[in-house]
Design a protein around this ligand. Structure first.
Ligand SMILES: *[C@@H]1O[C@H](CO)[C@@H](O)[C@H](O)[C@H]1NC(C)=O
Ligand SMILES: *[C@@H]1O[C@H](CO)[C@@H](O)[C@H](O)[C@H]1NC(C)=O
Ligand SMILES: *[C@@H]1O[C@H](CO)[C@@H](O)[C@H](O)[C@H]1NC(C)=O
Ligand SMILES: *[C@@H]1O[C@H](CO)[C@@H](O)[C@H](O)[C@H]1NC(C)=O
Ligand SMILES: *[C@@H]1O[C@H](CO)[C@@H](O)[C@H](O)[C@H]1NC(C)=O
Length: 473
């Protein structure tokens, strides 16, 4: 639709049809994903394709858009970004967490995720920055990127994406993501607020920001990992105490040797070694999938599935297999330039600034809530990588600096008659909530609780603090 619509002179029969379809739906017909290989029948539409963010450099971001399951015209738009930096929102969010499909055990098809977030919202997933997944640049120096360039490109992306999907320009917009998206999402929100302050024309209808197990400030988030190891019996008391007593994390930096003492660094290395490889740090109670076995089974067309606590812990390998099938890439309009490397969950071509990890995100959250945009920080409580211990403290300290009162005291929130987690709210705007039994990738291990949390967030509702029936009924 794009080319015909904007040039306006190419009046062929095909063009007229594109324009009509474009006008009627406000969706780009050429990006329609007719059907993904091995996909179950569904009633909603999917779109995927490229948005060029810098035509001169040849830099282009890949997106995957899923319509809401029912009444998409009445539902908001939620953007989801995975972190890394350098990891794929399509492989992560869309196909193993909150999207409508998960890969099947043989890596050759898809099954429905009945708890997909598209039951509550239209969903937009973007490979960001260029160099991640199917997003690319024809100028290789573009792969030297960082937080600032990533936010700039995403701002441009959204403006151009709205040209493809004009029906969404004024729709309520929610920004969500996890992990290093604790940097991406607040920085994008600031770019959007700046845009809205300076623009005399189009303004974004930003309504909320939600980030899961987000990296916010290293000097709290890093010690939290070791406190988590210690409190879960994953390291010895001796090493735990050494780290807690010897390490001054105040000036901790991401780069080696982290600006801490030799004694502290030694204890940290020992801790990492004791934790070992037979644990998934992103969900410490799940069993692990053996990569060597699973690769072989997928090649032999066997089911690779390994269920641990109701979760297929081999899903990441099935996803890798599925997204590298040429027919899948074709159906998604992905990899249009035949990239000289295979799809991977986290980029091998990106040279992302390793000093940007040190950026303190809390001042950005301050500015967002000062604009009366609700901010939710949620936390899967089985995660040791960015554990709740750090996020909970940072949000409390932030509320204190903002002089926010407690508007919901810390307590259980309920889902299906059981504890979905614990939550608190400050100043009617700032929410911290845990999700019980959830991984770093919250919807992956707890899809139902995660959907409940997301639905509450976009509807501007609090998480329920009571359950019916009560335990005494
Ligand atoms: C990058 O280069 C390829 C091959 O020349 C071209 O097909 C593609 O359109 C270019 N991408 C962008 C965003 O300009
Ligand atoms: C390293 O730590 C010292 C004090 O502990 C501090 O003065 C210095 O600024 C820190 N360096 C960096 C690079 O943060
Ligand atoms: C892109 O396609 C080529 C084949 O044309 C394939 O070898 C490569 O693995 C694909 N890359 C990605 C990132 O999907
Ligand atoms: C990676 O980026 C840094 C700057 O952030 C630069 O100094 C370095 O040369 C880059 N490395 C490569 C391989 O381009
Ligand atoms: C639950 O929340 C409501 C409204 O926010 C409040 O009035 C009530 O006291 C809370 N109940 C409990 C058990 O905390």
């Amino acid at each position: 639709m794009g080319r015909c619509w904007f040039s306006g002179v190419l009046i062929g029969l095909g063009c007229v049809w594109w324009v009509v379809v474009g006008v009627v739906e406000g969706y780009p017909a050429e990006d329609l994903v007719v059907r993904l290989p091995g996909q179950p029948n569904v009633g909603f539409k999917q779109y995927a394709g490229y948005v060029d963010v810098d035509v001169k450099a040849g830099r282009s971001l890949f997106y995957y858009f899923v319509e809401a399951d029912k009444e998409p015209d009445k539902k908001p738009l939620a953007l989801w970004l995975n972190g890394g930096p350098g990891c794929s929102s399509i492989g992560g969010g869309a196909f193993t967490e909150l999207g409508p499909f998960y890969p099947t055990g043989d890596g050759r098809g898809l099954r429905r995720n009945s708890m997909s977030w598209n039951r509550a919202s239209n969903l937009l997933f973007v490979e960001s920055p260029a160099g991640v997944g199917w997003s690319y640049s024809n100028t290789s120096s573009d792969y030297n990127s960082g937080d600032a360039s990533t936010a700039r490109d995403m701002h441009t992306f959204l403006l151009k994406w709205y040209e493809k999907f004009p029906a969404f320009r004024s729709r309520e917009l929610f920004l969500t993501g996890e992990s290093y998206a604790g940097h991406y999402i607040p920085q994008l929100a600031i770019a959007i607020l700046d845009h809205n302050e300076h623009s005399t024309g189009f303004k974004f209808n930003l309504k909320g920001v939600a980030i899961g197990n987000p990296l916010l400030r290293l000097d709290r988030d890093i010690p939290a990992t070791y406190e988590y190891f210690w409190s879960h019996g994953m390291i010895s008391d001796e090493i735990g105490l050494t780290i807690m007593n010897e390490c001054d994390f105040d000036d901790y930096v991401f780069q080696n040797p982290h600006n801490v003492t030799v004694k502290c660094n030694t204890a940290i290395s020992q801790a990492n070694q004791i934790v070992g490889e037979y644990i998934n740090n992103y969900d410490v109670i799940l069993d692990v999938c053996y990569p060597s076995i699973v690769q072989q089974e997928l090649r032999l067309r066997k089911m690779a599935t390994k269920i641990s606590l109701g979760v297929d812990v081999c899903m990441t390998s099935e996803r890798y297999f599925y997204l590298n099938l040429p027919e899948v890439q074709k159906a998604l309009h992905a990899n249009r330039t035949n990239l000289p490397y295979s799809w991977s969950m986290c980029s091998h071509v990106l040279n992302y600034s390793d000093t940007d990890d040190n950026i303190n995100i809390l001042p950005l959250l301050t500015r967002i809530v000062h604009n009366r945009i609700p901010v939710w920080v949620f936390s899967g409580d089985q995660d040791s990588v960015v554990p709740l211990l750090g996020s909970r403290t940072l949000i409390r300290e932030l509320a204190h600096d903002l002089k926010f009162q407690i508007t919901v005291p810390y307590g259980v929130w309920f889902h299906k008659g059981q504890a979905g987690g614990w939550a608190t709210e400050y100043g009617d705007l700032l929410t911290f909530a845990t999700v019980r039994g959830a991984a770093h990738m919250v919807p992956y291990a707890q899809p139902s609780r995660a959907l409940h949390l997301f639905s509450s967030f976009i509807r501007g509702r609090r998480l329920p603090n009571t359950t019916i029936p009560s335990i005494y009924d």
